[in-house]
Design a protein around this ligand. Sequence first.
Ligand code: SF4
Length: 133
Amino acid sequence: MRLTGIRSAEAFTSLRNSLTGYIREQVMNLTPQDRMNLERARKVGEQLGLVLNPDLERALKVANGLAHNFAEYGKYYCPCKQSHPLNPEKDVVCPCPTLMEEIARDGHCHCRLYFHPANVQADPGQKLQRNET
Ligand code: SF4
C-alpha cells in the first residue's frame, strides 16, 4: 500500500520518525560496521528530509557500497552510478546532484537508498520480516 494524500509537514515528520525508529530496531542484529554505515546514510538522509529504504537489505547494500568507495577512494562515490573502474573526475559523490530530481520524479533516488517519506510502504515491517527469513 502506498501512502498518498498526506499533505501536512507534521504527518511527514511523524511517519519519517517512526520509520527511522523501526529501522534502528532492526539494525541491532547487524555487524557494527553495517550499523555504522547505515547510521551514517540515515543521518545524511535525515538532513535532506528523506528516509532510508525500508527494504533493509537494499539500503545496507548501497550504504556498504558507499563505505567501500570511501575506504578505497576517499569519497562516498555512488556505487550505482560509478564507472568501472571508478573515474574520480566524472563519477558523482553521494548525495548526488540529481538526488532531489529523482525523488520528485520517482519518490526515491536512483540507488533506492533514499525515499521520500510519502513513498515508502505503510508497513515496512512486512518487507523487513521477509528479508530476515
Ligand atoms: S543515487 Fe544519489 S543519493 Fe542515491 S545513493 Fe546514489 S549518490 Fe546517493
